[in-house]
Design a protein around this ligand. Sequence first.
Ligand SMILES: C[S@@+](CC[C@H](N)C(=O)[O-])C[C@H]1O[C@@H](n2cnc3c(N)ncnc32)[C@H](O)[C@@H]1O
Length: 267
Amino acid sequence: MLAIHSVPPLPRISSSLDGNRARDQEASSSSSIPTPGKIRRLVLSPEGRTKMNSSPDRDFYSFPRFVTHVDDGFISTLTDVFRERLKPGWEVLDLMSSWVSHLPKDVDYKRVVGHGMNAMELARNPRLEYFFVKDLNLEQRLPLEDSTFDAVLCTVSVQYLQYPEKVFAEVFRVLKPGGVFIISFSNRAFYEKAISAWRDGTSYSRVQLVVQYFQCIDGFTQPEIVRRLPGNLDNTTSPLTWLLGLFGLSQSDPFYAVIAYKNFKPI
Ligand SMILES: C[S@@+](CC[C@H](N)C(=O)[O-])C[C@H]1O[C@@H](n2cnc3c(N)ncnc32)[C@H](O)[C@@H]1O
């Protein structure tokens, strides 16, 4: 059962971790603490959660990176997925965001809320109406009300979560029934900050890992997997690109998305 929880409205710009902590403490001292989705089982072992670089994530993300972490082909596939799955007028949460959200430019959403680790990156993101900064490896509760969002996005970042079960349970809580959670990733990462279960895996096992993150929460629908691999005939119009892909010489980033809905998939 989900308890109704009210937190103060998010400020338009939340620019510091300390501000975030203060808000969290305020929220946790309230008597109506929200109930996240029920975690059926833990997916990761303690060893699987470890990172090579165990310094605070706050330090690693303290300076802004105004770069794109994947290539144009990946981004264009992702934007197509968003166009297909997200409806105009929706409320969207871009979890683990930066200065770009990769949403289709010509689609208007009612509200896009951003979360990330660097306030300067988030402040420059033109799609965000609000944002907040929070280290999800320190504490997983999202300072957001229950059943608020039609869609939650997590782009090329899931590999950094050390407690994905709790984060997915929180995403379940803040999604509206029928809302969608879209996780996308490629074969790139800040290696030292990715968890060992990710680093030691293959692209196949990483997809399965994210499937398990969904399956460990009561109430997500069976996850769907979208793959666009370099050299896929159905993904490539250029014969040269196809040929390069065939011999493993393609430079383009493989695209994977794992997608599931809260309770049911709307038709
Ligand atoms: C590779 S960037 C991807 C940013 C963005 N989603 C994009 O598509 O450009 C990884 C992001 O993961 C987020 N992140 C990494 N570690 C985190 C942590 N401990 N808590 C919360 N977010 C984290 C940060 O927002 C960081 O910008």
